[in-house]
Design a protein around this ligand. Structure first.
Ligand SMILES: [Zn+2]
Length: 387
């Protein structure tokens, strides 16, 4: 989880996310606030259990709440909305609507759309209204109904759009694990209480206010996040007249993720089992996540679609998997955080086009996560798995 913060007034324009002896400047438009972005990644603000949690952390996270509903007053002051994402075809009848990570807002996860005999199957629905609007625009252009939604996990940058899609296609059933029910009673309930408190006190930054209000709107309709059909175990499932493999993890990114394998096209939609510039560990069990990556590798996929980032070939995925394992082993060892991060950044650089910016992001995210994971014995505070 990572955050994003943006700050309207001069005084509020500097937030610092501090972790140990490092800090992340959250400046408006800053290129250096990756750690802050991470902190807001899954849902909203992340209540750290450690007493070392800096006071500014929650403020930093609030910027990355959810959806994108806002009052007219806030709209007047906010920066322009990101461009509407455009759909690209991955394989026959398979399409990618890329998510985005706008600096001043929470991210949207990638959406994968399968065209099936009875309509469209949508894997993950994004966070913001412009992302779900793009899904709906695609359905309108194809003259197809959305007949099913699969949420790979409950993080709200992958599921907040359920409500808007179901408003247009009420027959579409949501398939996901029961992890969201547990999250709504714990992690999301705590975030919700903090968001209500912030809203009651008033927020001066209009983007922050928008994102918080969007989160509150999502939580006001939290049933839209819950499964209509709970996917409790790995199984073949006919969705809209086409058979998919729904693969369930035993903890990984959350305490129950699902990824989708299409045997016909050999496309695997992985959700946040794969993310760049780094794995997002905020609610993760790293060891079980490693097992899940091995299970993905065992499937005969040709293309793996990450939750955030570009589609990967098998070779790309294996590079990610080996980098992941080396990173987790480094976290569990005695090496300095910078060393673990440098190895990670070097490994995944080709997956980010070998760009300087990509490498800088990977370094900063990874170094942050070394500290976060070591604080909790090598896993996230949310991970309930022993060891
Ligand atoms: Zn995500």
């Amino acid at each position: 989880m990572v955050s994003i913060a943006m700050f309207a007034t001069a005084l509020a324009s500097i937030l610092r996310l501090q972790h140990g002896n490092r800090s992340c400047p959250c400046l408006p438009g800053s290129k250096n606030c990756y750690a802050a972005k991470r902190a807001c990644h899954p849902s909203l603000d992340h209540q750290r259990s450690t007493s070392t949690r800096p006071l500014t952390f929650t403020r930093c996270l609030t910027v990355f709440a959810l959806l994108a509903v806002a009052g007219a007053h806030a709209q007047e002051k906010t920066p322009p909305l990101p461009p509407t994402p455009s759909v690209r075809q991955l394989a026959p009848h398979v399409f990618l609507l890329p998510g985005a990570v706008p600096e001043e807002r929470g991210p949207d996860g990638n959406t994968v759309i399968f065209e099936v005999p009875q309509g469209l199957v949508v894997v993950d629905t994004g966070r913001h209204v412009w992302h779900s609007d793009a899904i709906l625009a695609f359905a309108a252009a194809r003259k197809q109904d959305i007949v099913a939604i699969v949420n790979t996990h409950w993080h709200l940058d992958h599921s907040s759009g359920n409500r808007r899609l179901k408003a247009v296609f009420p027959q579409a059933q949501v398939y996901t694990t029961g992890a969201v029910d547990r999250a709504l009673d714990s992690f999301l309930a705590k975030s919700h209480a903090r968001a209500k408190d912030r809203a009651a006190k008033g927020e001066t930054d209009p983007v922050q206010a928008q994102e918080t209000q969007a989160f509150l709107d999502t939580m006001a309709h939290a049933d839209s996040l819950r499964p209509d059909v709970t996917v409790a175990r790995t199984q073949s499932k006919s969705l809209g007249g086409k058979t998919f493999d729904l693969r369930v993890t035993d903890r990984a990114v959350t305490d129950g993720d699902v990824w989708v394998y299409d045997p016909a096209t050999r496309v695997a939609a992985l959700g946040d089992l794969v993310t760049l510039p780094a794995p997002f560990f905020e609610t993760a069990c790293p060891t079980q996540w490693s097992t899940a990556l091995d299970q993905v590798w065992a499937a005969p996929f040709e293309w793996a679609i990450p939750g955030h980032g570009d589609p990967m070939s098998r070779a790309d995925f294996d590079r990610y998997r080996s980098g992941y394992k080396a990173f987790v082993a480094c976290v569990q060892g005695k090496s300095e955080a910078k060393s673990c991060a440098a190895t990670w950044a070097q490994t995944v650089a080709p997956l980010q086009g070998n760009t300087a910016q990509g490498k800088a992001q990977a370094l900063e995210y990874a170094e942050y996560y070394v500290g976060m994971l070591r604080e909790h014995g090598g896993k996230s505070a949310e991970c309930q798995a022993p060891g």
